[in-house]
Design a protein around this ligand. Structure first.
Ligand code: HEM
Length: 156
């Protein structure tokens, strides 16, 4: 019985009241599609959770307002996007969070993202990291972790 309850809790992730439901998925850190940096150096370089929150909010704001990729974000659940991106960045940077979102292939499968869209999004992330004064070497280490995700995100 306990096993059944634990399994159900993992598959039917609770939806916070301000968010729209998504198709059920199994919550797992593996969904982040990147491994965690060892140690606390990267987490500190990003100014821990407060810095990650500022970076994600600024990054998402730029993506929504972007003249080229803004349309891809229109009508999406931005409250959820901010929440799970913060968890994903925290998990990757060694902040000790559990990643709560879907894997990259599932999350982006219907969006029709092109290589040029990915480049614009990375530039927006670079602007957000620079605004937070994340050292350049740490920005590049983080971007190197995200780069392989391109294969799951760019679909045309
Ligand atoms: C390395 C680059 C990227 C990372 C790390 C990333 C990460 C994420 C994450 C964590 C989610 C939320 C998953 C969930 O809701 O469970 C997501 C959703 C989304 N991403 Fe990305 N993403 C990347 C690239 C892109 C690009 C290039 C675009 C479009 C230009 C994009 C557009 C979106 C949109 C619109 C959603 C919301 C989809 C939905 O709610 O159904 N992402 N992304």
């Amino acid at each position: 019985m306990l096993n059944v309850l634990i399994f159900a809790a993992a598959v039917v992730s609770p939806v916070p009241p301000s968010e729209q439901p998504v198709a059920p998925y199994v919550q797992s850190n593996a969904n982040a599609d990147a491994t965690t940096f060892a140690g606390t150096g990267m987490w500190q370089a990003f100014h821990e959770q407060a810095g990650v929150n500022r970076i994600v909010d600024d990054f998402v704001d730029h993506n929504i307002a972007d003249p080229v990729i803004g349309d891809i974000f229109a009508g999406q659940d931005i409250v959820r996007l901010r929440r799970v991106l913060k968890a994903q960045f925290c998990y990757i940077l060694g902040g000790g969070c559990a990643y709560s979102g879907r894997d990259m292939k599932t999350a982006h499968k219907d969006l029709g993202v092109q290589a040029k869209d990915m480049n614009i999004l990375v530039a927006n992330l670079q602007k957000a990291m620079a605004k937070e004064n994340v050292p350049f070497f740490a920005q590049n280490r983080f971007l190197s972790k995200l780069a392989p995700m391109r294969h799951d995100i760019v679909t045309r």
